[in-house]
Write a new protein. Structure first.
Length: 524
């Protein structure tokens, strides 16, 4: 990575560009950190601004279009199709790829600059040492989060410690345009993320007073859990369980009532289930916005560009066998159906036999997970980490072990089954009706497949499907992303196998052009 990566590519993220966000009165343009950050409170404001750089909407938008979550909407006029998002076309110039890479490295650029200023302030007379160290821990947590996200999307092979990963950005921006950065190895990035998290803990952890909208000690454990699930070794899974046990001291799965309110105005009340979300408020931006704005032209149900993919709907439909194959009903026994499928949907029970035109106009599957908040249709806070996500990561460890913990019995996946049962019981309505469980499984591959299937219905439209398939799709023997034939009749983009090189994002073209030391990912 050349230094131009930090100056030209991220010209929009220099500190001077967000003086209003820091709420500091100043004459002229200030670019020196020593002039912007004069107190611990100033530093805190600078850190809070970094959250706005995180690309939650971009990630969910990419994930939903590129996987099998979306289908072509009745009002579609080429949205998501003409640019290749829906047709499995992925190139180095892709806007979403550039957005994910640029947003996280832009955030790290800010964090490094603030971190350098904190070190200067700590040796000044009358330094606010305790507050500054709290901020320092916060920065280490966010820097670890950014590198975890980059690691997840741009690393071709998580399991090869010597394979290429992403650039370790632990240095301060300078004007040295002759410096070109190389990609670090998987092992180096993992060690760097672990180091930043350890530094945060040694500084006393994160004094989080802002709820799940900000970094926390629980977020530190969540980063480790997700990262260790990617490495897939005995030692990494052992570390995963240690982190999970620590997380479980303060977090637990949402029950039926809490889950029902997690995706609208009630997102702030999910204290036990929620770990980290990107806060979105009614005063943010202007007009209708949010991740769902790329699906709906105005408000939910009005001229949808995209709808729920039929293959995903069919999986949600199966959660309540007593009503499977019937029209929409809000009283399904598994709440995930009602949360994901909007109430004005028109479900054609004979959809498979409809003509293309009738299918487009008579099988209307609107998405309900992002209904919007007060005065802002479609804008919602976005969950990045939830406890159920971590619980299913533990299930991956249990599947890898292939035995009941503490015994020598092989090919016993009852621990995986019990985790899935626990999730379904907490999403289930009706004390007098039994929880529906999937077919029993007796092999490691079947266990991973069941986990993947459960993740599909639990985290629909939360930006998880792409990375889930990348991580365990092959181990699960999954066919990959599979759209219903009705959803791909006009594009012929019906499936993408889990072994595809497209399950890793390309290094953005702008980075390849500016950095002669950069190596592109295979297949691009």
């Amino acid at each position: 990575m050349k230094k131009i990566f930090l100056s030209a590519l991220f010209a929009s993220v220099v500190l001077a560009g967000c003086s209003d966000a820091y709420e500091i009165q100043q004459a002229g343009v200030v670019t020196e950190e020593s002039q912007v950050f004069k107190s611990a409170d100033d530093v805190g404001k600078g850190i809070r601004y970094v959250y706005s750089q995180f690309s939650g909407e971009t990630e969910i938008d990419f994930d939903s279009y590129f996987t099998d979550e979306l289908g072509v909407g009745a009002a579609n006029a080429g949205q998501g199709i003409n640019d290749g998002s829906y047709t499995f076309i992925l190139q180095a110039g892709n806007d979403n790829v550039q957005g994910i890479w640029g947003s996280y490295y832009g955030a790290v650029n800010r964090l490094n600059r603030i971190l350098s200023r904190i070190d200067e302030m700590l040796v000044e007379p009358n330094a606010e040492v305790d507050k500054l160290n709290e901020h320092k821990a916060h920065i280490y947590a966010l820097r670890a989060y950014c590198h975890y996200k980059l690691f997840a999307f741009f690393t071709p092979d998580y399991t090869n410690p010597n394979g290429l990963s992403v650039i370790k950005f632990d240095f301060l921006q300078t004007s040295d345009y002759s410096r070109y950065e190389k990609r670090s190895t998987v092992g180096e990035i993992v060690a760097f993320i672990e180091s930043d998290i350890e530094k945060a803990k040694k500084l006393g952890g994160i004094k989080n007073e802002g709820g799940t909208g900000f970094a926390s000690n629980e977020m530190l454990e969540a980063i480790l859990i997700k990262m260790y699930s990617m490495l897939q070794t005995d030692s990494s899974y052992a570390k995963l369980e240690v982190a999970f046990n620590e997380l479980s001291k303060t977090k637990s799965i949402a029950d039926y009532g809490m889950y029902a309110g997690m995706f609208g105005d009630g997102a702030g009340t999910a204290d036990s289930e929620g770990i980290f979300k990107l806060n979105r408020v009614s005063t943010q931006g202007s007009g209708t916005s949010g991740v769902a704005a790329s699906w709906y032209a105005a408000e939910v149900g009005e001229g949808a560009y995209m709808e729920m993919g039929r293959s995903l709907y069919n999986e949600l439909d199966k959660l309540d066998p007593s009503k499977q194959g019937t029209a929409y009903s809000s009283d399904r026994l598994d709440l995930r159906y009602a949360v994901a499928v909007f109430s004005n949907s028109l479900v054609a029970t004979n959809y498979a036999s409809l003509s293309p035109e009738d299918y487009r106009t008579k099988d209307i599957l609107h998405i309900g997970k992002y209904p919007g908040i007060t005065n802002r249709p479609l804008m919602n806070s976005l969950w990045m980490f939830r406890y159920t996500d971590m619980l299913l990561s533990l299930a991956e460890k249990r599947a890898h072990e292939g035995k009941v913990t503490g015994t020598v019995a092989l090919n016993d996946y009852s621990n995986v089954e019990s985790i899935i049962y626990n999730i379904r019981a907490n999403r289930h309505l009706g004390a007098n009706t039994p929880v529906t469980m999937p077919t029993n499984f007796s092999s490691k591959q079947q266990a991973f497949l069941r986990i993947l299937e459960e993740r599909r219905v639990e985290f629909a439209f939360e930006g998880q499907r792409y990375l889930d398939m990348k991580r365990i799709g092959v181990r699960a023997g999954s066919p990959g992303f599979v759209r219903d034939p009705k959803d791909c009749a006009s594009t012929n983009a019906c499936s993408l196998e889990p072994s595809s090189l497209k399950l890793t994002l390309p290094i953005p073209r702008s980075e390849m052009v500016s950095n002669p030391n950069m190596v592109q990912n295979p297949g691009y």
